[in-house]
Design a protein around this ligand. Structure first.
Ligand SMILES: CC(C)(COP(=O)(O)OP(=O)(O)OC[C@H]1O[C@@H](n2cnc3c(N)ncnc32)[C@H](O)[C@@H]1OP(=O)(O)O)[C@@H](O)C(=O)NCCC(=O)NCCS
Length: 179
């Protein structure tokens, strides 16, 4: 499906561009940001590789992954990123923001836009997201955008020498449409 730049109340959500790696690196190299992620903290090379990966994805004919940049519509500040991955009738979303902009509702606003984009695709029936159990901010975002917790994926991921659990949240198309 085609992604065209989205505008929300306060945000512009657009495709990543080559020059964005420095803005990405500012948060992706920050241990406050990567405390609960299964990547990072990034070296410069990691952030450059991420942007390269995104730009290659943009060229794919059967593209199923959309990693997108989030900017403040009024100031042009680079706030963070959101993504959505399509898998048939399911899609998964994620988000990551610079700590300077936490607690202002930006992640909830951007994640809501991803639900809109996702459910605009006729085949998408369920959109889900996961977070580590300690990631209170992320679980609040999922609840705020209308997701319901389905359960806990117990120690399903091995990373950095240990197993990690995830909280699993989702929203179904009919729930989204009748909000
Ligand atoms: C998780 C994250 C995206 C939240 O971003 P955000 O822009 O602060 O989220 P919002 O402002 O939309 O806040 C949603 C809610 O979470 C709360 N919140 C945000 N950060 C929080 C934190 N660190 N601890 C507790 N609550 C937090 C907000 O106060 C708000 O609460 P409310 O619904 O009661 O008003 C952000 O903290 C982040 O980028 N973290 C690092 C990357 C990450 O963990 N991504 C998710 C991977 S699963």
């Amino acid at each position: 499906m085609l992604f065209t730049t989205m505008e929300t109340e306060r945000l512009i959500i657009r495709e990543f561009e080559a020059g964005d790696w420095m803005d990405v690196h500012r948060y992706a190299s920050d241990v406050r940001v990567t405390k609960y992620t299964l990547w990072g903290p990034n070296e410069e090379e990691d952030s450059k590789a991420f942007i390269q990966f995104c730009m290659e994805d943009q060229q794919k004919i059967n593209r199923d992954e959309y990693s997108l940049a989030v900017e403040n519509k009024y100031t042009g500040e680079f706030l963070g990123g959101v993504n959505i991955i399509f898998m048939g009738s399911n899609a998964e979303i994620g988000y990551c923001f610079h700590p300077d902009y936490w607690g202002k509702g930006y992640a909830s606003e951007a994640a809501s836009a991803m639900l809109k984009f996702g459910f605009e695709q006729p085949e998408v029936h369920r959109i889900y997201a996961t977070c580590r159990p300690g990631n209170v901010g992320s679980s609040k975002v999922m609840k705020r955008i209308g997701m319901t917790q389905e359960g806990v994926l117990r120690e399903h991921v091995f990373y950095n020498g240990e197993y990690h659990s995830s909280l699993l949240f989702s929203v179904l198309k009919q729930e989204y449409q009748t909000r």
